[in-house]
Structure formats: C-alpha cells, structure tokens
Ligand binder design. Sequence first.
Ligand code: 7ML
Ligand code: ZN
Length: 879
Amino acid sequence: MKEGSARKVIYRKDYKAYPWEVNQLDLYFEIGSETTIVRAEMEFLLKEVDSAPQDIVLNGSNLELVSMTLNDRALSAADYVIEDETLTIPDVSQNCVLKTEVRIHPGSNSALEGLYLSGEFLLTQCEAQGFRKITWFPDRPDVMTTYRVTLEADQSAFPVLLSNGNQVGSGESADGRHWVCWEDPFPKPSYLFALVAGQLALVEDHFITRSGRDVALRIYVEAENIDRCEHAMESLINSMRWDENRFDLEYDLDIYHIVATNDFNMGAMENKSLNIFNSIYVLARPDTATDADYQGIEGVIGHEYFHNWTGNRVTCQDWFQLTLKEGLTVFRDEEFSADMQSRAVKRIRVVRGLRSRQFPEDDGPMAHPIRPDHYAEINNFYTATVYQKGATIIRMYHTLLGETGFQKGMKLYFERHDGQAVTCDDFLAAMADANNINLDRFGRWYSQSGTPQVHVSDHYDAGAQKYRLTLRQHTPATHDQKDKQPLVLPFALGLLTASGDEMPLQLEGEAEAVTGTRLLVMQEEQEEFIFVGVSEDPVPSLFRDYSAPVKILFDYSPEQLATLIAYDSDAYVRWDAAQRMAVNAILEQCTRHAQGTEMRLDASLLKAFRGILSDHQADPALLAEAMTLPDEAYLADQMDVVDVDGIHTAREFIKKALARELEVFFAERYTGLNDGQSYQKTAEAMARRSLKNICMSYLLETDAGESLAVAQLESSDNMTDTLAALQGLILTGSPRAEKALSEFEGKWQSDALVMDKWFVMQAVKPGKDTVNTVRKLMDHPAFSIQNPNKVRALIGVFAMLNPTGFHAADGSGYAFHADRVIELDGLNPQIAARMASAFNRWKRYDEGRKELMKTELQRIASVPDLSGDVSEIVNNALR
Ligand code: 7ML
Ligand code: ZN
C-alpha cells in the first residue's frame, strides 16, 4: 500500500487503552542523510498483573526492518503480522524486552514528517503520527515513557546533535565520528520526540525561574541568520515570566532549545525542551520582518512554550482530544499577546480570523465539532475549528468563572492530571469541581459543530420604562450533523443612550441597577431579559468582547451603528459596528452593480469614517482596524450565491469613494504619523505604523497616493513600511510597481523569508491574469514546490486570498490549482490536502463555477494512488 493512501475511518467511541506499560525507550541513531540506522530497545510491562496474554501492537511506516528480538530471541516473519501501519506480536504472556533495528532514508523524505533533511541538517517532526516513520513503537499519545537517546554521526557534517531533555554524555568514536547522549526525565508520548543533527549556529541566553532554576535558552539557526534571533529570545523570556505570573507555572528542566528550519509543514512544534520552528516564527530584523511578523513570533514562541504544561505535562488520551491541548494553548497565547500588547487590538484580530477562516470551515464539507467523532487522516484535523474555535470555548469558561475561578480550575486540572494523557471531559470536570458548578450543558460545545445564530429582537415600552431583549439561538444543520441543541452562551451586554452614555442596568425583580457591562447567561433556545427603569429606547451593545462565538443577528439602524462606533466602551463592539456598516454598504452596492444601477457611497459610512479619522484619543491600531474593510471572503460568506466580481467591484468602489471624499482627512493623518522617526519595536510605534499604512492604502486610490508610496518606499527603514508601499503600488497598478518589485527582488533574492513576501505580493493581485504570473513565478530560482513556505506564499495565497484570480470565470485558476494539488500529492500529502481545501466551498458559487470546480475535484479524486490526506478532503467536498 502506498504511503498515506486511503486508510479506514477511525471513531472516537472505539478508543481502547493500551494493555502495556512501556517502561523506558532507548534509542540509538547512526546518523546519515542518505541512510540512518535506528536501534530501539524498550521494556513492555503488562498493566494488569494477572492479565491474559496480550498482543503487542506497534506502529511503523516505510521502515526497512533489519532485525527484531523479543527477550533476545530473534523474531521471524512467522512470529508477527504486519498490516497497514501496524505490526502485531500475538499473545505475549509476560513482561518482555523488545529490540529492533531499522533503516530509514531522511534525504528522500519529501513529506517532511518523521526524520528529514532541511538544507544541510536533519530534523524530525512527529506530531501527530510521524514517530512511526522513525522506528516501530506504539505511536499513540496515551503511551508515555522516558527516553534515552544516543546520536552518533560524522563530526564535521553534524557537529550539533540534539534531542529532548538533558545531555548526559558525549564522546568521539572512530572515523571522525562523535556521539551525544540525551535523557529526558519526563515520561512523554512519542509525538513529542525530536532530534536535530547538523551544522547550526547558536544564540544563547538564560532565564532564572522564580524558584531559582537557571535555565539555558539556546536558539539554533543557520549561520547567516544569527543576527535575527533577538526578538524570538526576548519573546521566550517574556513567555516564561508571564506563565509564572499569570498561570503560576514554572519551567521544569535546565535547558530549552529552539531550532529554526525553512522546511516545515506547520508553524512550529512543542517537542519537550527541543521546540522546532518554521523560520518565519523565529527570524526577524526590522528590515526583513513586518510588525505582523514580530507579533506572530511573540505569539508562536509563547504558544509552543505554554504547551510545556498544556500538552506536554498533561497530554491527550487520543487524537480526538486534540483541542484539549490546542484550544487551551491558543487561549493562553492569545492572553499572553493581549497582556504584552493591546488587549483590544488582539481581541479584534482574533475575531476577524475566526470569522474569515473558522466560520466558513464550520459551514462547509469538513464541518466538525472541536472534538471530532471520527477522522480518516488526523493531519486534516489541525483546523481552525480545533484551534481557534477551541480557544473560544476555553475563553467562555474564563468568562463564566472569572479569572480566579478559571485559575482554580487550572490548578485542580494539574493536581489531578500531571503526567497523564487525558480527555476534554477531564478538563471540564476539573473546571466544574474546582468551582462547584455543573457544566454538563456547557459540554455540548465539544460535540456540536456549526456556528450558532443568535437572533436578537427588542421592544421598548416608554410608558412602563421597560426594555425587553429577546434572544433566540439556532444552529443550522451542518454536513456532519442534522439535529442541534441549545448551547450555553455567555452574553455580555451594555445599553447606550442615543448620545452614547452607558445606561444603568436593572433586570426585573432585582433590587438595584448596576452600571457598565452586565454578564448574562443564555441556556435555552429562547430567553427574554426585561430591564426596568429604562429612560429611553436604548442602543444595545451585544456580546461585548465577543463573549460567545456566534453570529449575532440584530437589525441595527444606521443611527444605532453610528452611536456604537462613536461611543461604545467596548472596542470589539465599536469595531464590529463599523464592520457591519461597511458590510451593509458594500453588499448594497454589489446588488446595485448586479442590477446595472449606479453604485453610491452611503452617507452614514462616510460620516463614521470621518469620525474615526478625527479621533485623536483612541489607540491608532484600533482606528486602523475599524477602517480595514471586511475582506472579500467574509463578504462572500454573507451572500447566498457568491458574486465574485460583484463583491470585488463594490468593495473597490466603496474604498475609492471613501478615499476621494475624505482625502484631506487621510492625508492629514498620514502626514501626522509619517514623522520621520526611526524604527522602533514598541507597541505604540507599531500602532502608529498600522494607522499610517491604512491611510496610505486609501490615499493610493487618489491621485496623491503614488508619490506618497514611492517616497515611503525610498525612505523606509523597516519592512512594514516598505511592504505597505510596494504592495500598494502593485495593487493600484502603478507603472512604478514593476521597477520597485525588481529592485526588491535584486536586494532580497537570496533571502528565503523575504522572497516569500515577494511571491505573496504578486499572487494576491486581483484579476484573471494573475494565474499566468503565478505560473511563471513557479520557475523563479527562489521558488520550490518542495518547500511548504513557498507553496503557501505563491499557490496557497493565490487560491485562498485572491478570489478574482482563483475564481476567474473561465476556470483557469481552478485548473492550475488542481494541477498543483496533484503535483504536491506525490511529494507532501499534508500540504497537498491543505491546498485541496481551497475547493471546499464550491457549492456556494454560480452554476458555471460550480461545474468547473466539481470537474477539478473529480479530476483530483480520480488520481491513482491518491494520498489518504487529499482523498478525505476531496471526497468530503464531492459528497
Ligand atoms: C497554532 C501548530 C500546528 C498546526 C503548532 C502543529 C502546534 C501542531 C503543534 C497556533 C500558533 C502556532 C502554531 C499553531 C499550529 C497548526 C497550527 N502542536 O504547536 O499546535
Ligand atoms: Zn499547539
């Protein structure tokens, strides 16, 4: 059977504990790029002393078996059964020692899972099921053991030899070879194993934990990147301090490694004391990385560090529980970023991401609960639902219990489960027990997919001074589930007067009123909240701080939205009101465009923008968020049948109209912010750059823009300003764009990360011709189909962030993309599957496009030996 090819579906309900304890795993690697020899020795102890004989089941994939012994007796093919990716030694009746020797070939491993080559060095990626590509082992997260790992390699090619835990020995061996031995005292599942071998440069610092442990912090990168590690190191130190202060959690070893690689399928990986990172999330210098990159590094360094407790010390019983560690760790990294930067800005960006990526997923053919009930390929379930929606569920515990109650729950969770592999139910039980409350109904969030809709209606009775809010929740059926139940929704609410003052809130039956945000909890399908002593018809400020991950349906008048935008105390509500106004304006023009009526700019939107531009009090980053128009994918989500070109045309129209009407305001703000100060890394400086560059993007819609952008490009001392100017010139079709692009290329051609940006800028250019640019760029020396970052920058960005290019009516974008999915499937099934998901929402388009996309999906599905990864995605889409 071809590697990765169609596996059977695995069900959560079929979970069975492993009957054996694995006492200790000794690994010996004879390292070579072409061939690596792996010797493993492990002890199996029956969990139940008087148990009947049990099978020993091991996982392995693409391993060349050299030898295998059980209690020193050589096993032959007659002693075991190999089927799919498992090897079964039947009916073993006693504790025993298993020894194996296998050969693997890292140099020809293009899937970037298991042991593989990146440039000149070797490294591993084991989550979720990569360890089975290294050696025979029960490759499941509930089998935890201690590891001792010896790495032996040529000293000059592989001077650095790293694995998990502490270095306990090293020495020279024959023929210019050397060895290093590592021991990890903490039992861990195999997915947290890692090794790195090669020539790498080291940046070192240290952190003293609050109990006085002096931890060596070592970041390994390729030598030319040695001057780009400062921010990552600072982020690591901040993460360690923050986890002590906010979560009372301290680091538990004397050493912490981070290794950066250009060849990585994902963002990063939390292997115990040996994190491996996609270099995007480590390397930064002001002239090579944008503010968004700096923030991404801080967040991801935090994320992987926080996994040490939420993931490593307490891990998952099985892969259905993935959100147990990922939802929780995303919540923790969001809170870290919020505490380090601006809480409000972080919250808005999180909500934007949830709406533009998770909502579509939850409404498409791959819809699944945060804790899925089944999968064919687990790699397809590292999703926005498991991660981002999972984090919103954790945030709701926090909202319901408060910081103190939540931390009590965390404390009990660690007291009960440190060192164990557990389930989402265990987490819920710890939260409930620590706070003495019943969270059974809240638990439905784990098993129900789809985005709930909350229909809000209100009624004001002036005579009685009463205000009634009626909430009705409804989750539409999803692909995977027909019947839905009501969920627990924390509902944070405020009421404003028409002039923007916060009203005191007093529910019927309560003794007195309280001012400010009120946290209510909705549990039933329909609930009514009646407020008394309400002196005027209020403007409701709903789901403040986005207190539940729902679609809020309320028919706001333009005046009410204007009040919220101008006055609400909650930054999320202000931003959301501005988005609603922009969505309404754009969709209305989209309709007019379709009807052949002339488009026009809404007076209320114009007025709101004028207000935003004149606000010199608010955080500039919040103003920038408020003026960032909803993206085309989010707009598409609001339509029954997506009008690709209409959305694009209407959005462009609104942007240009705002720019023309408010040119003076944009120019004034731009000039004020473009103060010639040299680059600073502070949150304030980043906020100012974000507002400045949003203003420039509007000014580029006017005659004044081009010269501003050119001047900014020429004087810029940082990548944020450079990229904003260059991207702006490209998008507006300026004749200056081509020269600027080629100068940029000349300057950065040998810099992998910066060249990714160069690919992105060209791949997002709207219009049907971009497919040809993208095809041509595939021949550029900096592009490689084998490298996931390049594939994402060029192919992924074209398919997912360029609707008018990908969805060109002639199907050229679809055909190109399907060819890439097929090409990638033979190299890297995980990346191929991610790319294939660009077709997931095909049923939401017009008949012509639907037919074209369906044809491409069928073409992919019919490829012989298609991987299980891609097969699950395309067959779900077609079903
Ligand atoms: C999410 C990760 C993976 C996959 C990293 C791989 C990880 C699994 C790994 C948020 C921030 C940074 C990285 C990721 C992410 C998809 C996304 N355990 O740590 O979750
Ligand atoms: Zn993670």
